[in-house]
Write a protein of this length. Sequence first.
Length: 658
Amino acid sequence: MTDRNGPQDRRQPRRQDRDGEQAGAPGSRDAQDPAPAGAAVPPQRHEPRPGPGGDPAGASCGSGLPVAGVRAVRRAGVGLVRADRAVFAGMLGLNAAAAAAGLLAPWLLGRVVDTVVTGGGGVAAVDRLSLAVVACAVGQLLLTRWGRLLAHRFGERASARVRGQFTARALALPAATVERAGTGDLAARGTGDVPAVGAALRDVVPEVLVASLQALAVLAATLLLAPALGALGLVFLLGIPAAARWYLRRARAAYLAQGEAQSALAGTLAATAAGARTVEALGLQRRRAEAMEAVADSWVRSRERTLLLRSVLFPAVDVSYVLPVVAVLLAGGALARHGAVSLGTVVTCVLYLRQLSTPLDAVLQRMEALQGGLASFARVEGLAAAPASSATAGAEPEGGLVEVADVYFGYPGADRDVLRGVRLSVRPGERLAVVGPSGAGKSTLGRLLVGIDRPRSGEVTVGGAPVADLTPERLRRQVVLVTQEHHVFRAGVRDNLLLAAPDADDTRLLAALDAVGADWVAALPDGLGTELGAGRYEVDGAQAQQLALARVVLADPAVVVLDEATALLDPATARNAERALAAVLAGRTVVAIAHRLHTAHDADRVAVLEGGRITELGTHDALVAAGGPYAALWAAWHGTGDRPAGPPPGRVRPGTAG
Ligand SMILES: Nc1ncnc2c1ncn2[C@@H]1O[C@H](COP(=O)(O)OP(=O)(O)OP(=O)(O)O)[C@@H](O)[C@H]1O
């Protein structure tokens, strides 16, 4: 390939690298972004990343979502190539042809030298050769342009495939898997790693492939033209892989440390800014300043370390470009003097070796970005190895009977069970309220009822089928959990509702809104078409909750678990929404995790959960009459009891527990 920019221009980007300012170059990513997406080892993520020493076969998991092993990443890469093999082959072919055209120009220049030296052919021959050089340059330009176009087309398509696959896999993940790994991990992969893979596929991979092809073509041509001179040049070029190897061995740890130091710096700064008033009120300025100084010192040291690495790599590479040229000139001159090679051949070899620095520079510059892209790809592909839903296509649930059979459950890592021998049977169409002190396990029971978590022992069945074994579609038709967290999508009211019932018409949507008392929608200028979200119509907490409840009405499941679903509504609205819901859900089973005791009052039966056990179960009137924990809770709620809090945990009233 002709080095059209000349040595000065070509060197410019690397000079910037040395100052750590060139995007995508070693050391610069972290400088520009404290949490670099797709950097080799983003500091804010704590899972192990597959590196050269990583798990080569499978996926490493730790406590977060898995990270794909080297083999899995390679398989996925091959899959992307296979999916677009025509474009990929075209890209390789065109770039190989461009590289070949680039080799012709130095060869022709060599012939010009020979023509001048031998005097054969005269000026006309030199003119012809010069015209051929121009033709080669134009040919190379056109081929390179088309080759790059195809390379970027391949990158864009592959990136779209990765994105689509990630979305599909993320949506198929069992809720418990996401919760256990932390939604932040999934979000970081979706917003950081997927774009990083996209950028790598669009820019880095094509660039490296093209540059590698060019370098190989130049080396092969040099060896073919003059094997002795080619071999000599190759020997002196070995300094480059040696320097790169030395650098790469140290770079991962050094950049990891730099990223961590940068994260610590940003974190300390953010914490100090966020807690400025507390810092001022408690006179903590000096301690915060010392903390800032400590993290800043560590950041500077980490920067110095990476700078040191770059300060070795780049001079070593620069020297390795010059040495082969000098060696070939010296040896070539001696050989030419003895007539072993022509002067033109020596000139061609030297031009080839000079030309080699362009693709090698490109590969070196992209090395770090490629490594970061691969690490991101491993995290994105890791989703394929995430524990899938254990759902089976077995039992088909029918009806709204809910049964909890001697269930024990504890969160991973906790030393004691949250639920301990819970037994409960809720008849189809019955409304059961679950009450109890904070931390008793009410929400946990709700999670088990809707299949988010699986009991450690015992079984939860809905409609006769174990919920943990239901496929997500069946599960959604059968049981729905409504919590205090209500997501309102940045879309119209209609679209927000259609999520629950894609086929519903406006009449049904309005009826569902009416059922939950969301009359504010009718008052909106665009009604169901009103766009919701920041900068548009912004719903408040109560309205978001009403939309969520309307979705439940539309989803029409056999069983509904309400986990403090109406807690954010003011008492009057909440009561209205619950009454409306009760009317709409007549004939369905409702398990309401209640913090307001009127919910319990309205329920058919009340279960009191204390310390992970059901200690009372019966109708509101019966439990009040029994004078036990529920009666005390009820009295306290009405302000007539002598105890302001709920019943003491762990008290079991024999004969009342279900
Ligand atoms: N994801 C989790 N991981 C670990 N422990 C958890 C998790 N969720 C809840 N716990 C613990 O399990 C116990 C029961 O929590 P749970 O939320 O089920 O109680 P609750 O009765 O609903 O309480 P509240 O009324 O305050 O919401 C608590 O000790 C809580 O700290």
